[in-house]
Write a protein that binds this ligand. Structure first.
Ligand code: SF4
Length: 234
């Protein structure tokens, strides 16, 4: 069984898709999109190792969660393990929806999948948001980071939310933890500029597509100026 290399999780958010959702961001991404909010989560270095069953249980700790969102890093790089998370979560809570971000194009995933687990993860996915982040095409709309990214409804489960996914207003939740603040959601360009990931980034992180940004609270109090296109989501 594949053990996942997890960067962060957030249980019970309304900032990353319709309804109340739980999110997992994985570590490691083969892409290097200019403006990625999570450069420190691009290297495939050890994060928190979690078995799929344990991760599914963690994500379902909130009984009101009706969907999961997988982001990163690159979820397709850990497709086998994430597919198992989805299967186990749905065995526990049938009807869960799944949104998955990826830097790959759907056509590539189908014709030349980067690993054997991709087909399994696609089979579990209701909505795939695909493509690499292009800062110049960030239009501050929808759950995709830039307008070149596409929202694919692989099932009909979230078709009613298409307008929200493609062009709805962006939402960000701020979770205050012991010594850190976790930003959950796809930030507007203005918010990303106001709260850039800290330079050097040991404590800071943002993630693909539906991004989080983890920053020391001290860093929040003194956000460094940054160009919008330098810190926007993918
Ligand atoms: S924006 Fe997404 S696909 Fe691009 S480098 Fe960052 S995590 Fe990878």
């Amino acid at each position: 069984m594949a053990v996942l290399n997890v960067a962060e999780t957030c249980v019970g958010t309304r900032a990353l898709g319709p309804g109340r959702r739980s999110v997992v961001w994985v570590r490691g991404c083969p892409f290097r999109c200019p403006g990625c909010l999570a450069p420190e989560w691009i290297p495939d270095v050890p994060g928190r190792p979690v078995a799929p069953g344990a991760l599914a249980a963690e994500l379902l700790a909130d009984p009101e969660v009706t969907g999961l969102t997988f982001s990163g890093g690159e979820p397709m790089a850990q497709a086998e393990g994430l597919a198992e998370v989805a299967r186990r979560a749905r065995a526990e809570r049938p009807g869960l929806s799944l949104i998955c971000f990826t830097g790959y194009r759907l056509e590539t995933l189908r014709r030349r999948p980067p690993n054997e687990g991709v087909a399994s993860l696609l089979a579990e996915t209701d909505v795939l948001i695909d493509g690499r982040y292009v800062a110049s095409r960030n239009d501050d709309r929808g759950l995709r980071g830039s307008s070149n990214q596409r929202v694919h409804h692989l099932t009909g489960r979230l078709r009613g939310a298409d307008a929200e996914l493609n062009g709805g207003p962006r939402r960000v939740e701020i979770r205050v933890r012991d010594a850190e603040t976790l930003f959950v959601g796809v930030p507007s360009r203005a918010l990303a500029a106001a709260y850039p990931a800290p330079a050097g980034a040991g404590a800071g992180a943002g993630v693909e597509g539906g991004r989080a940004a983890l920053q020391d609270t001290d860093d929040h109090a003194h956000p460094a100026p940054a160009g919008v296109d330098e810190r926007s989501p993918g």
